[in-house]
Design a protein around this ligand. Structure first.
Ligand code: GLV
Ligand code: MG
Length: 349
């Protein structure tokens, strides 16, 4: 038998480890806000950020210099110990599996603050084997340190091999929380000819046909990430886990950041990374559903109380399928409303 029998997925992988999740816990995760835990000044701002962002992530991987890796790990543990995060998620991005830091990152963090940690973000995941390794290791550490809630795994999709295996990665364990697009590493891995962290490229487009008036032909810029985001969303949703757009590196172009986040939201992603405080507001705006859309979706739900049949609203046909779309929108709006009284009033919830 080459596949694990279904029941085995819900047995703990170590004696004494908590039972695996059957459903990922419901949480609003519009932005995963990255902080560098070795930077005392930025780490000292964490208490005031709790409650203002959906997720706080202590970054240990890329962007943390090699000689600060240990300080970042220790800084993260100190921040995790010192604060009560309430409904704000506490995540860390550990170093990648083949790095000299990964093992100590996981062993020390789970040992010290395993009961406070919601999610480990694992970079450069290439196949289900990477998830299986961390899955087993976490179970052993949870058992050793009496961790009572399974720590979830969030994979970054940032190698060509990872994209080829994304469906198996999403299905690899009940610990899987979701997947984020990592456009910078992915561009390098694929040999794309860019030097950006996410976003479009002015040369990637479709040139309109020649015009009879011989006027200048327009190049319509296309989204470099459309294929990967769509593939990732399908892989995630097929397994009931969440898809996220990752980083947007041009802090001087908020409009482009917003457009990239919005494409991801419309395609099915639930959040994005914020690497700069101003991206928190952008993500909040984009990943909270539009008020007019929510009001319209509520009308669909009200017009079809049992979700079946067909009705016309403002000249638009509604049926069981649009009812389901409306429910996606209203369920998300309810999550947002639970965090934000102002939005609750605007949604009428
Ligand atoms: C993120 O880690 C990326 O490589 O884009
Ligand atoms: Mg990366």
């Amino acid at each position: 038998m080459s596949q694990k029998p279904p029941r085995k997925f819900f047995e703990p992988l170590a004696i004494g480890a908590p039972a695996p999740w059957r459903e990922t816990p419901v949480a609003l995760e519009r932005m995963i806000h990255f902080f560098p835990p070795h930077n005392q000044k930025l780490a000292s701002r964490i208490p005031e950020m709790i409650g203002t962002v959906d997720v706080l992530l202590g970054n240990l991987e890329d962007a943390i210099p090699s000689d600060a890796k240990v300080a970042a790990r220790e800084g993260f543990i100190a921040v995790a110990r010192a604060n009560d995060f309430g409904r704000t998620g506490l995540w860390t991005r550990v170093n990648c599996l083949n790095s000299p830091w990964f093992l100590d990152d996981v062993m020390e963090i789970v040992g010290a603050v395993g009961n406070r940690l919601d999610v480990i973000m694992l970079p450069k995941v290439e196949g289900p084997w990477d998830i299986h390794y961390l899955d087993q290791l976490l179970a052993q550490l949870e058992a050793r340190h009496a961790v009572t809630r399974p720590i979830m795994i969030h994979a970054i999709l940032e190698t060509a091999l990872g994209v080829a295996n994304v469906e198996e990665i999403a299905a690899a364990s009940p610990r899987m929380h979701g997947i984020s697009l990592g456009p910078a590493d992915l561009a390098a891995s694929r040999g794309m000819k860019t030097t950006r962290v996410g976003g479009g490229h002015p040369f990637y487009g479709v040139l309109e046909d020649g015009r009879a008036d011989a006027g200048p032909r327009l190049l319509f810029q296309q989204d470099l990430w459309h294929y990967t985001v769509a593939k990732m969303v399908d892989a995630c949703r097929a397994q009931g886990i969440k898809a996220f757009y990752g980083p947007f590196g041009d802090f001087s172009d908020d409009d482009a950041c917003e457009a990239q986040f919005r494409n991801a939201f419309l395609l099915g992603c639930v959040g994005a990374w914020s690497l700069h405080p101003k991206q928190i507001e952008i993500a909040k705006r984009v990943f909270s559903p539009d008020v007019e859309e929510v009001l319209f979706a509520r009308r669909i739900l009200e017009a079809m109380p049992d979700g079946s049949g067909a009705v016309m609203i403002d000249g638009k046909m509604q049926d069981d399928a649009t009812w389901k779309q409306a429910k996606v929108m209203v369920d998300l709006a309810k999550l947002v409303a639970g965090r934000d009284p102002d939005m609750a009033a605007r949604y009428g919830l």
